[in-house]
Ligand binder design. Sequence first.
Ligand SMILES: [Fe+2]
Ligand SMILES: [Fe+2]
Length: 196
Amino acid sequence: MATKNDKPSGLEKLFEDQVADLYYAEKKLVTALKKMSGKASDKKLADAFLSHRQETEGQVERLEQVFGILGKKAKGKKCEAIEGLLKEAEEIMEDFKDDPALDAALVCAAQKVEHYEIGSYGCLVTYAEELGLMDAAKLLQATLKEEKGADEKLTKLAENSLNMAGEAHRTHKGGKSNGATNINKTKQTRTPSTVG
Ligand SMILES: [Fe+2]
Ligand SMILES: [Fe+2]
């Protein structure tokens, strides 16, 4: 005969653990996104970081609501993954400061974070549904959608930053280019000067 057990099941424990992990991560990201925005040279990229920062503040609130549904006080648990990803982001901001590849590096660092979040929220939505916590699932799904949106936006912006870095690379390597702008520049430098 089945007996009622008041102790949390493994899945309940896992769910709570991962909610706490993301709560820690999202709070860290609110600060990190501001810093990344300040470093980006492309205005569109800087704005994208700031608008995702605003979304992230809302995501922190959603997680607080999920804690509420669980009858728990919101409390983060150190997320080693986000610590590592942000440490890497700090390093590239330092290594590539004043470098034309900085924006490309920032986009890459940010996308690694988004992919971590997409994986984590994807799991949490499934756990919440399995546990019958439909209101929590809805909240987490809303965040998952935002994370996917942010990732797609970054993919589009990656093109700009990559073009910039590629252009600088070709100039650096002696003016060979696939781009029209640089072809013109190459022609100009090859035209013998008649002045003097
Ligand atoms: Fe997030
Ligand atoms: Fe995100």
